[in-house]
Design a protein around this ligand. Structure first.
Ligand code: CA
Length: 577
């Protein structure tokens, strides 16, 4: 129940009205009376006439990130503009819980792909947690308009305002306004604490890190999943499969690679001690499994007229023919080189790819109906990154891979790293200010993520550890990290969710609750609860090993495994965090 003190305050704010229920809050007039018009140092002006308030009752929501439930909320939206910029409108939306469910919390959620919000895919987590729950449109037009639509003003002219908004500024403003709005809405005095949180995955994970790295006291706790940080490397690397296939001279039918992935799962399943359909130790798979053992195995996939690929990088669909054959030595050569990751012409490491047992998404070829042959996929986030974001042309696909080698990808990664170092790259490794402010972060990543390699998260964790604690030994540095930053690799997990190829792996569905418990009550999350057959998730660098008993896995330290997840990107002459 709302406290009498709060009720008195609200009464004062809105005159005679007594707002004890959501419907009484949920009017444009009331919302307009409590807008965060205080000077928050943002240099923005709120358009008071833009306020809307829409009540939603008993809305059924479901996600692997917060479970399934029904919620009541008021969606309050308003617009603001940056002082000094003409024709600038940013929309924000705050879902407000019923007064008796409000627990002095604010939550922001983030986007995916090139979207800065995920709408109701993530925002209900705030309502479920007793928080006001905010999303932004970044100033890109409306809540459904993505950053790529506004990135170029014309060929060769970058919309830097939109880029910095997407990079980090929109989320800074969303949370700063959201916290004050929450305070005004529930009439909470300046001396009383409002806890603030964040949850997002993929691009949303990157957005969370953009705040941790720049605004130390923005959030008390964050959950960041499979972050799309090291942005230039990540996006360029989506072309790694095609470039490796071109170098080998073989573009395998997708069905062949799918069969190799399935055989890998079958062969490596038991390395974690339990045959349960989940490769909980892809590191042991990497160390022990030989793709050559799959040569000659038959594969078959029926013809398809629908989308051949589910990933959001390839929104288009093209028909594929029946695929019927046996796994070839060339197919295995592609799989091996792809899993090893990009290496330049001098033998130096450029980047990494997903763990064995993951789908070969970034190596997926495209069928050419005219030639009847499989060839490189030249559309999606990777090619778009090159044409639009590096060469600044209003074009989203490459014409061909002529003269494109691993060295070219290395140089493109460097070009993008330089160009977007302070906006999109998002790998600043010194988190001392965040730690000093008392912030806590739970970082999760699916072990079989085929879109963003799990090793990407481990590399960043190690970059932070090595930057902040280079004076400590390994064990001491892990212990120091545990105070504020914990990383969990989800066995068999896919990109931001459970994996249909390894369904028993599940997903952690209570991560926001875990970080709230950590921030508010000091309950340290030594493991995370998991919806899958494996009962708990191990905190990095501990790895799961079946205990011999039911679904219980022990979390063990194995230096050889840890070493297999450790990378030096020595193709670059400077640190790549
Ligand atoms: Ca297993």
């Amino acid at each position: 129940m709302i406290s009498p003190r709060k009720l008195l305050g609200l009464t004062a704010l809105i005159g005679a009205a007594r707002a004890a229920s959501l419907s009484e809050y949920c009017t444009p007039a009331f919302a307009a009376s409590v807008l965060p018009v205080q000077d928050l140092g943002l240099g923005v002006t709120i358009d008071v006439s833009s306020v809307s308030a829409i009540l939603t009752s008993n809305k059924s929501v479901s996600s692997e990130w917060f479970g399934t439930t029904a919620i009541d909320y008021c969606n309050i939206t308003f617009a603001y503009s940056h002082d000094g910029i003409a024709n600038d409108i940013v929309h924000v939306s705050y879902l407000v819980p019923p007064p008796d469910k409000f627990l002095n919390r604010y939550v922001s959620t983030g986007g995916g792909g090139l979207a800065i919000n995920s709408g109701l895919s993530f925002s209900p987590v705030g309502i479920i947690s007793g928080a006001v729950s905010g999303i932004t449109d970044g100033g890109f037009g409306n809540f459904n308009t993505q950053y790529d639509k506004v990135f170029l003003l014309a060929n060769n002219t970058v919309n830097w305002q939109a880029t910095y908004m997407f990079g980090y500024e929109a989320h800074h403003e969303l949370a700063t306004l959201g916290k004050q709005f929450t305070r005004n809405l529930f009439n909470i005095s300046d001396g009383e604490k409002i806890y603030s949180y964040y949850q997002g995955c993929s691009e949303g994970g990157r957005e969370g890190w953009s705040q941790i790295q720049r605004f130390a006291d923005q959030f008390d706790g964050l959950v960041t999943g499979a972050p799309a940080f090291r942005f230039s490397h990540l996006q360029t690397n989506h072309l790694s499969g095609a470039v490796i296939e071109k170098a080998i001279g073989y573009f395998p039918p997708p069905c062949e690679l799918e069969k190799i992935a399935n055989l890998t799962i079958a062969a490596c399943d038991g390395l974690d001690g339990k045959v349960d359909g989940v490769v909980a130790r892809s590191d042991l798979c990497k160390l022990n499994f030989d793709y050559n053992s799959t040569i000659g195995q038959p594969y078959y996939c029926a013809a398809s007229n629908g989308p051949s690929l589910r990933r959001r990088q390839f929104p288009g669909s093209s028909p594929t023919p029946e695929q019927n054959g046996t796994i070839t030595a060339e197919g295995v050569a592609v799989a091996s080189a792809f899993t090893n990751g990009l290496i330049d012409s001098k033998g130096k490491r450029i980047y990494i790819n997903p763990q064995p047992g993951s789908s070969f998404t970034d190596a997926t070829t495209q069928f050419n109906e005219n030639t009847g042959e499989w060839g490189p996929n030249l559309s999606g986030l990777g090619p778009q990154w090159i044409t639009r974001y590096l060469y600044l042309q209003q074009k989203d696909s490459l014409d061909n891979l002529e003269n494109v080698t691993a060295d070219t990808l290395r140089d493109w990664m460097a070009l993008g790293m330089q160009k977007y170092q302070d906006s999109l790259q998002t790998t600043w490794p010194d988190l001392n200010p965040f730690k000093a402010a008392g912030g806590k972060v739970i970082h999760v990543h699916g072990e079989a993520d085929s879109s963003i390699p799990a090793g990407s998260s481990i590399h960043y964790y190690d970059s932070v550890r090595n930057t902040m604690y280079d004076d400590l030994n390994y064990e001491e540095s892990i212990s120091a990290m545990d105070d504020f930053y914990r990383l969990y690799i989800v066995p068999g997990g896919s990109h931001c969710g459970s994996n249909q190829n390894q369904p028993g792996g599940g997903w952690p569905a209570t991560t926001l609750q875990a970080v709230i418990e950590w921030a508010e009550n000091g309950v340290t999350p030594d493991t995370l609860d998991n919806t899958g057959d494996i009962d708990v998730l191990c905190k990095w660098p501990l790895r799961p090993l079946w205990s011999g008993n039911g679904t219980h896995f022990d979390c063990v330290y194995d230096s050889r495994s840890t070493e297999s997840w450790t990378y030096t990107f020595d193709a670059f002459k400077y640190p790549v965090y």
